[in-house]
Design a protein around this ligand. Structure first.
Ligand code: RB5
Length: 149
């Protein structure tokens, strides 16, 4: 059983998230993921996270990917960009419990990580939890329906 086989996952980052992104992609491929698209950036040279987050959000909105991962120094800037897009729910997570709740309660479709404030081990510990945890629906769906004005 390969739980990642049918998942289409997009990933984006800025320079602060580049090294962690490489580790995450390596992990996902090692776990059997076959459909991981890297929207960049592709080096540690200083860049602007919106340039990579907007294209990833658009691709998720078009239905090309079920989930995304976004990484910048704090995880905040890149999440702010993604959450401007209707239908994108990027959740800033720093431990597995928060990652699980982001799926169960918020139906988050993007796992956003603060590269400068977590370890590689922290990041990897959130991946299986995030991608394998189901949304609970019910009262949480009612709340999600009220997010957009
Ligand atoms: C880059 O220095 C940093 O500002 C960025 O990665 C992010 O933390 C912004 O929210």
């Amino acid at each position: 059983m390969n739980p990642y086989r049918h998942l289409r996952i997009a990933i984006c980052n800025d320079h602060a998230g580049y090294e962690l992104k490489l580790k995450i992609v390596e992990y996902l491929l090692g776990e059997g993921a076959t459909d991981v698209k890297d929207f960049g950036c592709h080096s540690t040279e200083s860049c602007d996270y919106p340039d990579f987050a907007h294209p990833m959000a658009s691709a998720i909105k078009r239905g090309e990917f079920e989930y995304g991962i976004s990484i910048c120094g704090t995880g905040n800037g890149i999440s702010m960009v993604l959450n401007k897009h209707f239908g994108i729910r990027a959740a800033l997570c720093w431990n597995p419990q928060i990652a699980a709740l982001a799926r169960q309660h918020n139906d988050a479709n993007v796992l956003s990580l603060p590269a400068r404030f977590i370890t590689e081990e922290d990041a990897l510990s959130m991946l299986d939890v995030f991608f394998m945890t189901k949304f609970e629906g019910g009262r949480h769906q009612t709340r999600i329906d009220k997010i957009n004005q």
